[in-house]
Structure formats: structure tokens, C-alpha cells
Design a protein around this ligand. Structure first.
Ligand code: B16
Ligand code: MG
Length: 219
């Protein structure tokens, strides 16, 4: 039986990937590297430093760890400035109602995000108090596809991994959910075409359809 749902943030609750695109594009431009939407899609769900390695793939220059750290910080400064634009209305349609309906059914809800900006984004969306637990990039040392962030969320909820479902837009997140022993629900992004996903949904409300089929909790 599923007693908890762990939501990815970027791509599931809201879309901040355009801001990541702008910030990484500015960094890539300053280094004379190409960066397009296709490459940006590969950054979904992976950590900031892993994202930087993808951005630097074509570079002929070998940068020191300190230089890479400075580049990641530069991207994050640009990204954080863009996050000032995030409004409560940027929450995807159906998300708020679905979160409340899951709570009403006594299904625990958590965030499992790779982002170190999670709490800032949730505050701007006015969702900071909506979740029973938040696990994010500040809690873990290994990013998705490692299962650490989802296991951390389950631990904070006090619910066993086998009783958790994860909602993800990134293939890396689907892989992480399966590695954690959880039900993997794909919602948008490249998660939808990942054969490792257990369920594909196109609207958040479909999480409730699953609940309705199985009674009070999702099974
Ligand atoms: P930050 P998610 C992820 O969020 C993003 O999808 C990914 O593009 C980003 O690199 C990662 O967070 C780290 O973000 O630079 O803010 O720490 O999809 O796991 O909610
Ligand atoms: Mg995501």
C-alpha cells in the first residue's frame, strides 16, 4: 500500500527549468560554449555540479575544481536573481488541489528535490508549509539518479520506502525512485518515455484516481 507521495519540485510542482536554461546559457556564452534546449533537458534532476560538467563537455580547457566552483556559483547567482520572478500562480494547474486532497485522504506528502534552492522556491510559491517533509539538495551528498534524496524524504516521514510513490519529470528521478524501492510515477519530461516508470500521468489529479481505485490510500 502507498502511504506517502514524494514530489520532485522542478518540472512537477512548477517549472523553473527556463530560469536554469537562461542562467546556464549565460555561463556557456561567457565561456564561448554552445548551449541549447536539448542540452538543458539533460540537466533535469541532476545536481548543479553535475549540470556544470554537462555544460563543459565540449570545452577544450581543463578547469581546476576552484574554477568550476566559481562557475557553479555564477550560474546560481543568475538563477537566484531570476527566481525573484516566481509567483504563487506559477504552481502547475491542479497541484494545490491535489496536495490538499491527498492530505484529506491521510496520504503523507513530501518534496524530494535535487535543488539547493528548494525552500526559496516553495516559499515563493506559498507552499513552504504544505508538505509533511522536505528533502532537498542541502540534505544529500549524492544527487539523482542516486536514491539518497527519496530515502531521506521517506526517513523524515517515517514511512518505509516500499510504501512511497515518487512523482518525477526526469529520467534520473525515475531511476532514483526505482533504486529506492519506490513506485515511480512519471509526470512530464523525459520521465514519461522512460520504460522504468511504473505509471505515467498527464495531470496531478490522476494521483487521486489511483487513490480512488484503491480506497482511502493508494495501493
Ligand atoms: P540548484 P528537481 C533540480 O531540481 C533541477 O531539475 C536541475 O536542473 C538542477 O540542476 C538541480 O535541481 C539543482 O538545482 O542549482 O537549484 O541546486 O527537478 O530535482 O526539483
Ligand atoms: Mg524535476
Amino acid at each position: 500500500m502507498i502511504r506517502a507521495i514524494i514530489f520532485d519540485l522542478d518540472g512537477v510542482i512548477c517549472s523553473t527549468d527556463d530560469y536554469h536554461f537562461e542562467a546556464w546559457k549565460a555561463l556557456a556564452d561567457s565561456l564561448g560554449l554552445s548551449f541549447d534546449r536539448k542540452k538543458n533537458d539533460r540537466l533535469r534532476g541532476v545536481s548543479r555540479m553535475a549540470s556544470l560538467e554537462i555544460v563543459l563537455e565540449e570545452s577544450q580547457i581543463s578547469y581546476t575544481p576552484e574554477e568550476k566552483q566559481a562557475m557553479a556559483e555564477k550560474e546560481n547567482e543568475i538563477y537566484k536573481a531570476l527566481l525573484c520572478n516566481v509567483r504563487p500562480s506559477d504552481c502547475f494547474p491542479g497541484v494545490r488541489e491535489t496536495l490538499q486532497a491527498l492530505k484529506d485522504r491521510e496520504v503523507k506528502i513530501a518534496i524530494g528535490s535535487s535543488s539547493k534552492n528548494t525552500k526559496n522556491i516553495l516559499t515563493r510559491l506559498e507552499l513552504i508549509d504544505a508538505f509533511d517533509a522536505i528533502a532537498d539538495g542541502t540534505d544529500v551528498t549524492h544527487s539523482k539518479p542516486d536514491p539518497e534524496v527519496f530515502l531521506c524524504a521517506a526517513g523524515k516521514l517515517g514511512i518505509s520506502p516500499s510504501e512511497c510513490a515518487v512523482v518525477e519529470d526526469a529520467s534520473a528521478g525515475i531511476q532514483a525512485a526505482k533504486a529506492a524501492g519506490m513506485l515511480a510515477v512519471a509526470f512530464g519530461g523525459d520521465a514519461c518515455t522512460d520504460p522504468r516508470a511504473d505509471v505515467v500521468i498527464t495531470k496531478p489529479q490522476q494521483l487521486l484516481d489511483l487513490a480512488n481505485v484503491c480506497g482511502d490510500a493508494i495501493c
